[in-house]
Design a protein around this ligand. Structure first.
Ligand code: 48H
Length: 259
């Protein structure tokens, strides 16, 4: 016999069991776009307790929509090994230009991150940072719907050893950090630099260089890294995003090992 209230109880019990576990993570990744999902996969694969907080209903960030809603995306030579790692079907269009379906790409990244052990909590919006003794110690989180409607409902707090800002163009966590701590970044004026104009080739290089720790406990990846350090944008080519996520995971794993 199927009981209606039992269906609800199953959902509430199992959701809150995993939600409670996520309150203390090794790493919280903010944003389930391509760089965040790739980082989640590589971290979780190492047995690192990884939580991804995503504001939207679905994972994928800016990857799902391809270029102006044509759901194909482009990868360059350097991105090919990650297409293979994630088992994404791709075609070589011309020398050095590979293409894949954006929906399949997002699905593969999401599936592999979860299967590796990462937990993705969707409809969760990061609204503030926890800073203790000049170290990022966690995040302040609210339900997206509460944020959107503008209800006066207090958030909750989640702690982690490291946070990865993978929020794309908005670099939400870095911006919050600066609001709280002033202009403390390793940039000429200590401020966030904002991303530069379109230059795909340079932007793809910049995003790798700019992926790094920006404050004790806080790393940046993907477009958040280029927004932080003034890197160029690159349009719907995604090799750099995937490589950036992997670099962030490798560096965070190293830091956790050395703690
Ligand atoms: C929780 C949040 C919050 C918040 C935002 O934009 P993304 O796809 O990020 P990346 O950096 O992995 O990929 C960038 C790529 O999609 C892109 O935009 C490119 C290549 N642009 C080039 C160009 O020229 O424009 O994903 C970020 C994710 C999204 O899903 C957001 O919903 C989420 O972060 N997010 N999640 N709390 N406060 N803010």
């Amino acid at each position: 016999m199927i009981e209606e209230a039992k269906i609800s109880k199953v959902i509430a019990d199992t959701y809150y069991e995993s939600f409670t576990k996520a309150l203390n993570s090794d790493v919280i990744i903010v944003g389930a776009g391509p760089s965040g999902l790739v980082a989640a996969y590589y971290l979780a694969r190492e047995g690192i307790k990884t939580t991804v907080l995503e504001r939207q209903l679905n994972a994928g960030g800016g990857m799902s929509g391809g270029g102006i809603m044509m759901n194909q995306i482009v990868f360059q030579e350097e991105g090919k090994e990650l297409l293979e790692e994630f088992d994404i079907t791709y075609k070589e269009y011309e020398d050095g230009y590979y293409t894949a379906n954006s929906i399949e790409s997002v699905s593969a990244l999401t599936f592999k991150a979860i299967k590796a052990g990462a937990q993705i909590l969707n409809l969760m919006s990061v609204e503030d940072v926890i800073i203790k003794e000049k170290q990022l110690a966690g995040l302040v989180v609210n339900r997206t719907v509460i944020e959107k409607i503008g209800l006066h409902v207090d958030p909750i707090m989640m702690e982690s050893q490291y946070v990865l800002d993978a929020t794309g163009h908005d670099a939400v966590v870095v911006n919050k950090l600066i609001d709280c701590m002033g202009n403390i970044l390793d940039t000429p004026d200590g401020k966030i630099q904002r991303e530069a104009a379109m230059w795909a080739e340079q932007g793809e290089k910049d995003v790798i260089v700019n992926t790094r720790e920006v404050f004790p406990g806080l790393f940046v990846s993907g477009m958040a890294a280029n927004a932080t350090f003034g890197g160029y944008r690159m349009g719907p080519i995604f090799g750099g995003m995937l490589l950036s996520g992997r670099k962030a995971a490798i560096e965070i794993t190293e830091c956790l090992k050395n703690k």
